[in-house]
Design a protein around this ligand. Structure first.
Ligand code: AHG
Ligand code: MN
Ligand code: MN
Length: 335
């Protein structure tokens, strides 16, 4: 038993003392996120026993079937964040429009949160890892009322972003603007996220590629040739292939072990599958803050100025040299 453990709240309070003019609002926002993640983690663990597997009977705006756990996770995040008096608006995978909060909260809140409440929901019933993804922006003009267009900011504007992985353990990975990426393992016996992975870094080059290779025939020539080169290298050993089908789990492995995760565009999905605001951007922010890279094929994900809240983007993310290599293939064969 660690009598002096570094919980995520303690970690943030300590950091906050170093920021001149900090008001404590970010700490409150984070605490409402933590409550959501504990609650979702508990629901994920108990879902089989309490029969909350299966479909909710609806589809979301991008056409995915909503699972009961998607809906429950979404409602939890909206309720916790919306009542925190730190948030003026939200974007969720599960809501067609920008989510508004009650007027008094909206007036006081200076943060905008974009989230995928449950990522990898096709893995729920087989008990493979799933997760939640979030990115935190500031209202661009604090003196003005919140308007829906305020959510259209590039990922470069995040003050923080991250994910919680519900895997063999539950883990929060939190990237703070210019202050590193830190991993906190959830200890259910004390109900706290405890710092276990300070200052996480992605190695410059890995030995793993991760993609849904069933889409091979729909991919561009450049991406096909890149995959071929990983399997049949001219020199050295082939890369290992790993793909879970939960972005959070695939990305967490990529950060820990190195390599590349990609969801390219293909002839069936001309902009790829993953959504910019609440999947690609937060993960790109984590990757860059950890010393890695995230590209849409020819430029940084985080530089894209979003035009609609559910827009998609192709993504190539992970070790810097691996991402640079696929950009070279795309440049050579696809442009
Ligand atoms: P979600 O469960 O939030 O809809 O996201 C699923 C995503 C992502 O987690 C994963 O990387 C990708 O879908 C897998 O897609 P394929 O099944 O096409 O490989
Ligand atoms: Mn998702
Ligand atoms: Mn989801």
């Amino acid at each position: 038993m660690d009598t002096n453990c570094m919980t995520v709240s303690r970690f943030i309070i300590e950091r906050q003392r170093e920021v001149p003019g900090a008001t404590g609002e970010f700490t409150i926002l984070l605490s409402s996120l933590l409550t959501s993640f504990k609650s979702i983690s508990s629901a994920v663990n108990r879902a089989g026993i309490h029969q909350i597997y299966g479909l909710a009977g609806d589809t979301n705006i991008t056409g995915d079937d909503q699972k009961k756990l998607d809906v429950l996770s979404n409602e939890t995040m909206i309720n916790m964040l919306g009542a925190s008096y730190t948030v003026c608006g939200m974007v969720s995978e599960e809501n067609k429009n920008v989510i508004r909060v009650p007027p008094a909260n909206e007036k006081q809140g200076k943060y905008i949160v974009c989230f995928d409440p449950l990522d990898g929901s096709s893995n729920i019933e087989c008990l493979a890892s799933i997760g939640s993804i979030f990115g935190i922006l500031k209202k661009p003009d604090p003196s003005k009322d919140f308007k829906e267009a305020d959510v259209f900011q590039p990922g470069d504007n995040f003050v923080a972003a991250g994910y919680t992985l519900y895997g063999s353990a539950t883990m929060l990975v939190l990237a703070l603007k210019d202050a590193g990426v830190h991993g906190f393992m959830y200890d259910p016996t004390i109900g706290e996220f405890v710092l276990t992975d300070p200052d996480m870094k992605i190695q410059p080059k890995g030995k793993i590629y991760s993609t849904n290779e069933g889409n091979y025939k729909y991919l561009s020539t450049g991406v096909q040739k890149y995959i071929d080169s990983k399997k049949f290298p001219e020199t050295g050993e082939p890369y290992a292939a790993r793909y879970i089908g939960s972005m959070v789990a695939d990305l967490h492995r990529t950060i820990k072990y190195g390599g590349i995760f990609m969801y390219p565009k293909n002839t069936k999905a001309p902009n790829g599958k993953l959504r910019l605001l609440y999947e690609c951007n937060p993960m790109a922010f984590v990757a860059e803050q950890a010393g890695g890279a995230a590209s849409e094929g020819s430029g940084r994900i985080l530089a894209i100025k979003p035009k609609s809240i559910h827009e998609r983007a192709p993504i190539f993310i992970g070790s810097k040299e691996d991402v640079a290599e696929i950009e070279d293939f795309i440049k050579k064969f696809d442009s």
